[in-house]
Design a binder for this molecule. Structure first.
Ligand SMILES: O=C(O)CCC(=O)C(=O)O
Length: 285
């Protein structure tokens, strides 16, 4: 469980890291399964429903950038979404009652694994209230050298920044005058977690080290938040509830919203979306 000091830090800064959330056995299992997916990706040459690939991916040198929807690809990931220790922490920050609205496993392979440009997750999935956060389960040590996430403390309390360029949603801040300030490193040891608020500005640089950086990301929402991008099947929506009683009652707060529309024709993962940007800042770092 979190101390009051950690809870206060999260609410003040919009992010937090917590050490030793996973047992050594749970971490070893995550690594084993993730290594298997990297092996499997040798047989894939284009992005598909499971694999998002770096541009230089090849059978001899598998350069996997993301496993999409990992909880649907392997039971070990599915169980990790429901990890008691993680859910207890999440409930302390946005509960009681938690729902999940997405998951992904972002990889940065050694030697230049892809950057992620500055953005707020809220730009992708605005809800009726902003008690939403993302938990990053560190499969490897995350440090500046291998492209840990970077955060702008307190940015979850400021105005929204546009994620559009030339009228099209590009999933990142394209304004050339945008300067993130201050920037804090979100370093965490393998087996620990990072947590960031859905409106916290964040990014990450390429991996310049010879170590992988693999981060399993789970998005969690307060049970009374409602996605403004719509719900196609109410039963599916209720099935995403992890803690608390499913309930159609929602909470509508006064939150700023810019809808993530229109999207470019090739809209896929955040990496593909951000490829549409004219000027990439983090990719050059
Ligand atoms: O993997 C990272 O460094 C950042 C991930 C992220 O912000 C995202 O996928 O939305």
């Amino acid at each position: 469980m979190l101390s009051q000091e950690q809870i206060d830090f999260y609410h003040e800064n919009g992010y937090l890291t917590v050490d030793n959330v996973l047992s050594p056995g749970e971490l070893a299992e995550l690594r084993r399964v993730t290594d298997e997916f990297v092996e499997r990706s040798r047989a894939v040459s284009q992005h598909d429903d499971v694999f998002d690939l770096e541009p230089d991916h090849s059978p001899d040198n598998p350069r996997l950038r993301r496993i999409k929807q990992p909880i649907e690809q392997h039971e070990v990931y599915n169980q990790m979404l429901r990890h008691e220790g993680i859910l207890n922490i999440v409930e302390q920050l946005i509960g009681p009652g938690v729902r999940s609205n997405g998951n992904k496993l972002n990889m940065k392979m050694p030697a230049e694994g892809s950057a992620v440009e500055w953005h707020q997750d809220w730009a992708f999935y605005p809800h009726s209230n902003d008690d939403l956060l993302a938990v990053g389960v560190a499969i490897d040590d995350m440090s500046e050298e291998n492209g840990c996430m970077l955060m702008v403390p307190g940015s979850h309390k400021t105005e929204l920044v546009s994620h559009h360029e030339n009228g099209v949603f590009v999933g990142a801040i394209a304004d050339p005058d945008f300067v993130p300030d201050p920037v804090e490193k979100c370093e965490v040891k393998a087996g620990g977690i990072s947590i960031h608020h859905v409106r916290t500005l964040h990014a990450s640089a390429p991996n310049h080290s010879n170590r992988p950086r693999r981060l399993l990301l789970f998005q969690y929402c307060s049970i009374d938040s409602w996605p403004l991008t719509g719900v196609s099947d109410f039963d599916d929506h209720l099935a995403t509830v992890l803690r608390g009683e499913p309930n159609p009652r929602i909470r509508v707060d006064n939150v700023p919203v810019i809808m993530p529309e229109p999207k470019p024709a090739n809209a896929g993962s955040i990496f593909e979306l951000q490829e549409a940007m004219q000027e990439k800042v983090m990719a050059k770092q």
